[in-house]
Design a protein around this ligand. Structure first.
Ligand code: SAM
Length: 217
């Protein structure tokens, strides 16, 4: 009950006040129990306006960023979405209540295992999760109606562009380690890509074949 109150307050003060207005996104943020995706010792901080550590030098994203990236996809409800960087699984769970299916890839198997257990506990049955290098996408299930990347890339990985359906958006943080710009790239019918800068952001690095090298960060 206390968590539900904290969650409602989080939506009002951190998300609506920052001009996220999509009712479906606000509803998903109101009902997704972020406290289950953080370690027990951090649950008191689950609804604060910040990212939090989840182990393996990774983080659960700030609630506002999860809402903003979900809203940036411009969802109708029947999409198949690819997410790169499952992490805690929180963004995945928010998306699972907004779309018909979420495909999510995490490179660290312990995080993927933990996320999978929470999805099972919450009976989220429209999620396909795999462990691997997400920078090469998930060809077998492409094209996607949207792709969301929750780690910072040095540049836009070409595989993501190729795995987008026509008219579909890719939401991806791009820039140097520690400071990126969140981009929305939309695949047009004529084969070109429209690129728009949404906001400054700061994500952990996207590590892999089309990302950064793993140097222990
Ligand atoms: N949205 C997630 C959440 O709310 O918990 C945040 C994820 S965290 C900021 C980024 C995640 O991307 C980390 O778990 C990291 O291991 C993962 N990651 C980094 N490079 C990856 C890659 N090439 N493929 C898949 N996952 C990757």
């Amino acid at each position: 009950m206390e968590y539900a109150i904290a969650r409602r307050r989080m939506v009002e003060t951190q998300i609506m006040r920052r001009n996220i207005t999509d009712p479906a996104v606000l509803d998903a943020m109101r009902k997704t129990p972020r406290h289950l995706f953080v370690a027990e010792g951090l649950r008191a901080h689950a609804y604060t306006d910040t990212s939090l550590p989840i182990g393996e030098k990774q983080t659960i994203s700030q609630p506002f960023m999860v809402a903003a990236m979900s809203a940036a996809l411009g969802l109708q409800g029947d999409e198949r979405i690819l997410e790169i960087g499952t992490g805690s699984g929180y963004q995945t769970a928010v998306l699972s209540s907004l779309v018909s299916r979420v495909y999510t890839i995490e490179r660290i198997s312990s995080l993927a295992g933990r996320a999978r257990r929470i999805f099972d506990q919450l009976h989220l049955t429209n999620i396909n999760l795999k462990v691997g290098d997400g920078t090469i996408g998930w060809k077998n299930h492409a094209p996607f109606d949207g792709i969301i990347v929750t780690a910072g890339a040095p540049e836009v990985p070409v595989e993501f562009l190729e795995q987008l359906a026509v008219g579909a958006p890719l939401i991806v943080p791009v820039g140097p380690r520690g400071c990126q710009v969140l981009l929305r790239v939309i695949r047009s019918e004529d084969g070109s890509y429209e690129r728009e800068e949404l906001m400054d952001c700061r994500f952990v690095p996207l590590i892999g074949e089309q990302g950064w090298q793993d140097n222990g960060d």
